[in-house]
Ligand binder design. Structure first.
Ligand SMILES: Nc1ncnc2c1ncn2[C@@H]1O[C@H](COP(=O)(O)OP(=O)(O)OP(=O)(O)O)[C@@H](O)[C@H]1O
Ligand SMILES: [Mg+2]
Length: 291
């Protein structure tokens, strides 16, 4: 049937007309995957806080928890975690049917925890989810994917499907080594995505810049690809305090040092012009959510 439709010139014309119409009238989302070599470096917090900042700036954001098997985004952005990707894998629902609206208007897709069938997706299931994601691109400005740590087929699949991969590291030597290993695998797996480095838990700007320079130099020399600088998030005690309150730091402590860094990162990624009015707008909107 599908083959017949594809060969039918009338159908091909219609499909091409529809594609042209969609291209001219709809937004096509940018897909940003957030990943790391080492675990526990702050990916989930980056994904949640960045999504909230972009949403506050007026962007339509869809946040996908793709840390399959150990999903935990819903801990800091509370939604009903029973509605999750396992329903898509079992064929009971489509991806667009399990989107929920979380805090700050961020639309979320929960991953589903403790389910081995999610942790070990086969190639067909992985392709199915990634294909389904293309339907979401028409409904949003940006799709942010929170992946698991380390190199696995699931993580590589999501990174390959993205336009931009943000590799997160901390200043710890082991985390830096693992970030480079991740960048190496990403470039060798023929991903066309732009790769950026984000230094989380940085002591200061200089420390973060030095780490970026060191990794960027070896990436250029040995992998022959550019590594973009996404900047840094300062080490901030407000962040674990917010997590223990089950809130993202930009909502719990909007004026904290890490919240300022998340806003700067969102501005950089959204290419929002950096000026005082925008910065104040961010603060005002985020503060408003608290009351
Ligand atoms: N900028 C920061 N300042 C201080 N602590 C931080 C910062 N970022 C993250 N943390 C701490 O690190 C913990 C782990 O963060 P998070 O769960 O986001 O990491 P992850 O990379 O998603 O972990 P996993 O690999 O297990 O998915 C947080 O609960 C918080 O306590
Ligand atoms: Mg995580």
């Amino acid at each position: 049937m599908i083959v017949e439709q594809q060969q039918n010139p009338q159908f091909t014309d219609q499909a091409e007309r529809l594609r042209r119409m969609v291209r001219s009238t709809q937004r096509t989302a940018r897909v940003l995957a957030i990943t790391s070599g080492k675990g526990g470096v702050g990916k989930t917090n980056v994904a949640a806080n960045l999504s909230l900042c972009l949403s506050a700036a007026g962007k339509e954001v869809i946040l996908l928890d793709a840390d399959l098997g150990l999903a935990n985004l819903d801990i800091i952005l509370p939604v009903n975690s029973h509605t999750n990707l396992s329903q898509v894998i079992s064929g009971r629902k489509r991806l667009q049917d399990i989107i929920q609206t979380g805090p700050g208007g961020v639309r979320m897709i929960c991953g589903g925890s403790g389910l081995t069938q999610l942790a070990d997706l086969d190639d067909f299931q992985r392709r199915q989810i990634i294909q389904d994601m293309s339907t979401l691109e028409l409904q949003s400005d940006i799709i942010i994917i929170d992946t698991a740590a380390g190199i696995s087929k699931n993580v590589l699949g999501f990174c390959q499907a993205s336009d931009h991969t943000l590799v997160v590291t901390t200043p710890e030597p082991t985390s830096i080594t693992d970030a480079y290993a991740m960048i190496k695998i990403l470039t060798q797996s023929h991903t066309h995505a732009k790769i950026s480095l984000l230094v989380n838990m940085a002591q200061n700007r200089t420390q973060a810049k030095n780490i970026y320079q060191r990794i960027a130099v070896v990436t250029r020399k040995f992998l022959a690809v550019p590594l973009y600088d996404a900047g840094y998030i300062l080490h901030d005690e407000h962040l674990p305090q917010a997590v223990s309150k089950r809130k993202p730091v930009v909502l719990a402590y909007p004026h904290s040092s890490s919240s300022c860094c998340f806003m700067a990162l969102a501005q950089k990624l959204a290419r929002v012009q950096k000026n005082k009015t925008v910065q104040e707008g961010f603060f005002r909107k985020i503060s408003n959510w608290l009351f």
